[in-house]
Write a protein that binds this ligand. Structure first.
Ligand SMILES: [Zn+2]
Ligand SMILES: [Zn+2]
Length: 441
């Protein structure tokens, strides 16, 4: 890999002495940075909820058109696809999300969001870019500008996509359903990143293989026979069945799955009953189930159903529980060979000490839909924490606000600068066309 990388630098330097040098990238980033920063501040102040990112998408589409990209809007709802064809070579996709969250911003920043809107249920809600998708969009715009201005430093097809509704894990699916793979050149490689406070700004984190988990949302309805709270002998109490079932489920990770495999089964809500002295006739439970391996996922979901049924039968329930899966997404898998290559590029662009290997998380992300469609990808972490606060928190054991917190506020300048530097370096490398990998295509 090292040898290949050296070949790449030498090869690129022959074509373009200036731009292909990594130290030149910093100057290039400085040049586009004010624009990208302005995009960030605007988007941060004007966040939009999932599937309603109309202004956000229009702003990005307008800017990308100005830069010379061929832009298509309304792909899978509010999604955008911007393509720049630049000779022979692979099709490389960079993805950002567009959506914000129903969270009231409490950062106190001068550019904090004050936006309120109606959610899909018609309820008034505050809106905030509490997941940092505004950082991803601003980085993409900065990167888009660099790539458009230095077309002699790369060749192939660059595809930049703005995906709606990541937070409701529906946007990627909707883009595919709207013909993303048929209407546009199919990407040979995909790249995405996510900002977070798990790393200080200036650093990036990378994981080979599983990066995030499979997520399955289940609704389990347990049936009993209602009656008077003082006459349990005349009832079948679904509350007691639910209590036993919940505890029995927790033995799945410890007793049914091979030690070392990560499994999370969380019951996020229990709904049952109306009054303290009435035994209800049903209880509803809401679960999230997280796994990595497909086989483990299958086994865990089967065990959840088997235990629910068994506990109901043991209690003499009048009917078997009903299990509905209402939302699910696959784990994001980072192609190991591609990850090694990108890791080398990031080390060269940011310095070896600024690229760290991070363990996979049990969160989930619908970027996996693109991977599932046969787009080998790498999805990496962009450090967002103020480096000093990060060090202090590490020392004291304090926790910095996580994504989705009303206090989530990335340390903008170093984080965004690093995001653009990383993306431009990775895209240039993948679109270099001189490596064995791309020459083989
Ligand atoms: Zn999020
Ligand atoms: Zn996010």
């Amino acid at each position: 890999m090292r040898f290949q990388f050296l070949t790449l630098v030498v090869g690129a330097a022959l074509i373009l002495p200036m731009a292909a040098q990594n130290h030149a990238t910093s100057a290039e980033v400085d040049k586009v940075y004010p624009d990208a920063r302005a995009v960030y501040l605007d988007l941060h102040e004007h966040p939009e909820l999932s599937s309603h990112e109309t202004q956000t998408a229009a702003k990005l589409a307008g800017r990308l058109r100005e830069l010379g990209y061929d832009v298509t809007e309304h792909v899978g709802g509010t999604g955008i696809v911007a393509v720049m064809k630049n000779g022979a070579g692979p099709v490389v996709m960079l993805r950002t999300e567009l959506d914000a969250l129903p969270v009231e911003e409490k950062t106190g920043l001068p550019y904090a969001s004050k936006v309120r809107t109606k959610d899909d249920k018609g309820q008034d809600t505050a809106v905030m870019h509490a997941c940092g998708h505004d950082v991803h969009m601003a980085a993409l715009i900065g990167t888009a500008e660099i790539m458009a201005q230095t077309k002699n430093s790369w060749h192939g097809t660059l595809m930049l996509i703005g995906q709606p509704a990541e937070e409701t894990i529906s946007g990627a699916k909707n883009m595919i359903a709207d013909g993303f793979l048929k209407r546009f050149p199919k990407p040979d490689i995909g790249v995405a990143l996510h900002v977070g406070n798990e790393l200080p700004a200036g650093k990036v984190g990378i994981t080979s293989g599983y990066e995030s988990s499979n997520a399955d949302s289940l609704r389990v309805t347990i049936y009993g026979k209602g009656g008077h709270g003082a006459m349990p002998q005349a009832t079948v109490d679904p509350i007691v069945i639910a209590a036993r079932t919940i505890l029995a489920w927790q033995t799945i990770p410890s007793r049914e799955v091979k030690p070392g495999e990560a499994v999370v089964i969380s019951v996020g809500y229990i709904r049952g009953g109306t009054k303290n002295n009435i035994i209800p006739d049903q209880v509803e439970l809401g679960l999230t189930v997280r796994t990595y391996q497909p086989q483990v996922r299958k086994e865990v979901l089967a065990a959840i159903a088997r235990i629910a049924k068994g506990e109901a039968e043991a209690a003499g329930a009048p009917r078997a529980p009903e299990i509905n899966e209402f939302e699910s997404t696959d784990a994001v898998y980072n192609d190991p060979a591609l990850t090694r290559r990108v890791e080398g590029v990031l080390q060269s662009a940011l310095g070896k000490e600024n690229v760290v290997n991070v363990p996979p998380t049990m969160t989930s992300e619908d970027y996996s839909v693109f991977v599932g469609q046969g787009i080998p990808s790498v999805y990496f972490v962009l450090g967002g924490a103020d480096p000093q606060r990060y060090t202090e928190a590490k020392a004291s054991g304090a926790k910095l606000p996580s994504n989705h917190s009303p206090l989530f506020a990335p340390d903008l300048d170093p984080a965004l600068h690093t995001g653009i530097t990383a993306e431009a370096a990775v895209l240039r490398n993948l679109l270099n066309g001189t490596s064995a990998a791309t020459a083989a295509k």
